[in-house]
Ligand binder design. Structure first.
Ligand SMILES: C[S@@+](CC[C@H](N)C(=O)[O-])C[C@H]1O[C@@H](n2cnc3c(N)ncnc32)[C@H](O)[C@@H]1O
Ligand code: SF4
Length: 400
């Protein structure tokens, strides 16, 4: 269906081409992602190769952008060529989707494509480690230590090759105290693991305060909403330009407890109410609901949406936004694996449908989903049928 949102997206896409923005990418000029384990990437979509895997450990964050790897990447992109690391974006465009390369709002704001000679680290994404207290259904051991045991059991039982050995992932920085953060930095997104569990966080924030750049830096925390930052951290945060708590909420009530195991919705509510109180008392704070859309979401997105609308009713609109992000792996958790007839039983918002990649539904993938769900239910003493009765029944009754 060609609705208003699709129309706007098409206009953005056409505008980009009209402005000769169809080639190249601005990300390697201003952005750096540092993942748990110390892997560095030009953006979160980039597929790492052996050379990139060997990089990491630079004491000066700007060194990545001026490295031969980043320079060659920029040259290749500027020639209009398509580096293999960028294939996710180019493949999306080839199949008629909108890629991050062309539509990322921050990329557009922060750097005009006509001034690509600017090479300054402006925007940083950092996950200090994979230490996390939750084991959400869509996540895995690479990003959560809490997942180690279940991933190990799934693999050992030969149920699913999760390929996630119980090996502790190295922290992102070997020597945080001597790390040099460039004063060009304008925004930092913290992810993880769970950032509010990371002992590196206060050290990193204090560094920016001591450098006297904090008042110009926008912070964003991807957080699971189970941990209230300490008063000390909150005091430090108040020294920054703006602070957004991006609350990863995939469902409410029992759907939350199932999808974001072993969190409890009542406990999350207590924490996020306090974060909302901060938004009310200090205009620099905001909250964003960040929902990862998976096959499970089909049955619960509408409830989630109406709960959020009432939750943010008493704060200014721009301080309580919401975004959806599509589950990117494993493919058997994508909502697109359900057959068309099942999909039609749910009222999926247009903004979510626009993120579909054209992945085909099929018996084999749906069986993988069932195996994963049943196995994890057994390990965790949970019950898919009880939490998602409509989806469960439709899947059970479907005959290929
Ligand atoms: C890995 S978490 C780390 C930060 C923090 N622990 C949190 O949950 O917000 C970052 C984001 O990735 C999302 N996520 C988890 N599994 C995902 C998947 N398979 N595909 C896409 N996003 C995923 C989470 O819901 C969260 O919004
Ligand atoms: S809270 Fe975040 S890092 Fe932890 S398991 Fe959930 S999605 Fe993964």
């Amino acid at each position: 269906m060609f609705d208003a949102l699709s129309f706007v997206c098409s206009l953005i896409f056409l505008y980009n081409f009209a402005m000769n923005k169809g080639i190249g990418c601005a990300f390697p000029n201003f952005h750096l992602q540092i993942k748990p384990g110390g892997i560095t990437k030009p953006c979160c979509r980039f597929i790492i190769d052996d050379d990139l895997a060997r990089m990491g450990g630079n004491a000066n964050l700007s060194d990545y952008l001026t490295s031969d790897y980043w320079s060659n990447l920029r040259k290749t992109l500027e020639k209009g060529l398509k580096p293999s690391g960028c294939s996710k974006c180019f493949n999306e465009e080839d199949s008629g989707q909108f890629s991050m390369r062309l539509t990322h709002e921050e990329a557009e704001k922060k750097l005009d494509y006509n001034t690509r000679e600017n090479i300054d680290l402006i925007d940083l994404e950092v996950g200090f480690s994979n230490i996390c207290n939750l084991a959400c259904r869509s996540c895995d051991s690479n990003l959560s230590t809490r997942w180690y045991e279940d991933d190990q059991k799934l693999t050992e039982a030969g149920i699913l090759e999760r390929g996630r050995p119980k090996v502790k992932i190295k922290p992102a920085f070997n020597d945080l105290k001597n790390l040099s953060i460039p004063n060009t930095i304008k925004s930092v997104k913290f992810t993880g693991g769970e950032p509010f569990l990371h002992k590196e966080l206060p050290i990193f924030l204090d560094k920016m305060v001591k450098m006297d750049i904090s008042k110009n830096v926008e912070l964003r925390f991807c957080t699971n909403g189970t941990i209230l930052p300490s008063d000390q951290i909150i005091d430090t945060l108040k020294k920054f330009k703006s602070i957004d708590f991006s609350l990863s909420l995939d469902g409410i009530e029992k759907a939350n407890d199932y999808l974001r195991y072993p969190s409890r919705w009542d406990e999350i509510l207590k924490v996020i109410e306090k974060l909302k109180a901060l938004v009310k008392e200090d205009r620099r704070f905001s909250i964003t609901r960040c929902t990862t859309v998976s096959i499970y979401s089909l049955e619960i997105l509408d409830k989630m949406e109406s709960w959020w609308n009432s939750f943010v009713e008493d704060i200014p609109h721009e301080k309580g936004k919401s975004i959806y992000q599509m589950v990117h792996a494993p493919s058997y958790l994508s909502p697109e694996i359900v057959p068309k007839e099942i999909m039609e039983e749910f009222d999926v918002p247009a903004s979510v449908k626009n993120m579909f990649t054209g992945l085909k539904s099929g018996k084999e993938t749906l069986n993988l989903f069932k195996t994963y769900t049943q196995s994890l239910d057994e390990l965790r003493g949970e019950d898919f049928e009880n939490v998602f009765p409509k989806l469960s029944k439709l899947i059970d009754q479907y005959e290929f």
